[in-house]
Design a protein around this ligand. Structure first.
Ligand code: ADP
Ligand code: MG
Length: 236
């Protein structure tokens, strides 16, 4: 549509990888459950943002993605919409642990991601819980024990809860590292690596970052398999 074309003109997009699919320039193209599509249309969004248009079809092919994009480009739905589709296909028993895990640097960002997951996923009965430090563990453990499809967590708190053996990541098959550069700046690399060891190797991994320094490249090389790289804007 006209709006997605103008996005492409305003934003410099580079996608590198083998057999990269065409962007999805409409919400209808995704094949979403009707209740989720309805939420997207009700939100009043005119069209997918460039990062969404590019990353949805790649993620729907079960491929790993590393996306380098600035704040405000719509990355959250960029990974949540394929996460919903993933859940529709491979949803496990939520009592055994989450199927989707999103790591985020701060409580504030984790809460925003959860809000978006609840807003767009609730009508499809997708459940999401948020784990972050600086708050009592009790309510978070109680939410976990009820069973969840999606966990959004800061690495420190998730690691604490893993050490208490109050959550299992053995069912996770869709892993997102949001704001990876910021998580590394905050010193979360050891926790991230410990967490990822608990996630089965047979998974889809998506990494989002605003910058692309060598520390981020290194962790991407270690955790992702043949990722398609999506660059939006001049971030380097
Ligand atoms: P990022 O993580 O890239 O910083 P967010 O995912 O937080 O960006 O999205 C920024 C804002 O844009 C949010 O308020 C979100 O609801 C909104 N948004 C997401 N997708 C679209 C879209 N397709 N069209 C318009 N606004 C959108
Ligand atoms: Mg974000």
């Amino acid at each position: 549509g006209a709006s997605s074309e103008s996005y492409q003109q305003r934003n410099e997009i580079t996608v590198s990888g083998k057999d990269v699919p065409m962007p999805m320039t409409s919400f209808e193209a995704i094949g979403l459950p009707s209740e989720i599509l309805r939420e997207l249309l009700q939100a009043g969004f005119p069209a997918p943002t460039p990062i969404q248009a590019q990353s949805w079809p790649i993620a729907l092919q079960n491929r790993d993605i590393v996306a380098i994009a600035k704040t405000g480009s719509g990355k959250t739905l960029g990974y949540l919409i394929p996460a919903f589709m993933h859940l529709k296909r491979v949803r496990k028993n939520p009592q055994l642990g989450p199927t989707v895990l999103v790591l985020s640097p701060t409580r504030e960002l984790a809460t925003q991601i959860q809000d978006e997951a609840v807003k767009f996923g609730r009508s499809a009965r997708i459940s999401c819980t948020c784990l972050y430090g600086g708050a009592p563990k009790g309510p978070q453990l109680r939410d976990l024990s009820r069973g969840v499809d999606i966990v959004v967590a800061t690495p420190g708190r998730l690691n604490d809860i893993l050490e208490m053996r109050r959550v299992s990541l053995s069912q996770v098959s869709y892993l997102v590292l949001d704001e990876a550069d910021r998580m590394l700046d905050m010193g979360f690399e050891p926790q991230i690596r410990k967490i990822v060891k608990e996630v089965p190797a047979r998974r889809q991994t998506l990494m989002y970052t605003a910058t692309w320094p060598k520390e981020v490249r290194k962790i991407a090389a270690d955790l992702l398999v043949n990722p398609v790289q999506v660059n939006i804007g001049n971030v380097n």
